[in-house]
Design a protein around this ligand. Structure first.
Ligand SMILES: [Zn+2]
Length: 119
């Protein structure tokens, strides 16, 4: 049986394209067009749609789950944006004044409400 390894294709696409400035519509269109690009077959003097380079023969493979599409809808940064979101995750969450509990901006040194000094 031959299957399309969509996981490998999406991971390859996301690791070689920044999706930062794309809308979901643009990303979908560009990914579909990217899959349809004519690419050279290694060692042969011919081109095929890129999609065909992700067709795997799984007859002799026991672990089919490696090729199942990832249907988890939760957002996990990957590829070119991984580092960017790693930084965002490390930004300190907003804090409150330890004296009056007024919400403070990150890195505030004084509370704008009660004026007490923040750590
Ligand atoms: Zn305060």
């Amino acid at each position: 049986m031959e299957i399309f390894n969509g996981r490998a294709a999406t991971e390859e696409y996301m690791s070689t394209h920044s999706l930062t400035f794309s809308t979901p519509e643009m990303t979908l269109k560009k990914f579909a067009l990217w899959l349809g690009d004519q690419v050279n077959v290694p060692g042969k003097n011919e081109t095929v749609p890129r999609l065909l380079t992700y067709i795997n023969d799984v007859n002799n493979q026991s672990n089919n789950s490696d090729f199942l599409p990832d249907t988890d809808e939760s957002f996990k940064p990957s590829g070119a944006v991984t580092d960017m979101f790693k930084d965002l995750a490390q930004v300190k969450s907003p804090t409150n004044c330890h004296n009056c509990n007024y919400p403070l901006k990150t890195a505030s040194k004084f509370c704008p409400k009660c004026g007490s000094k923040q750590q």
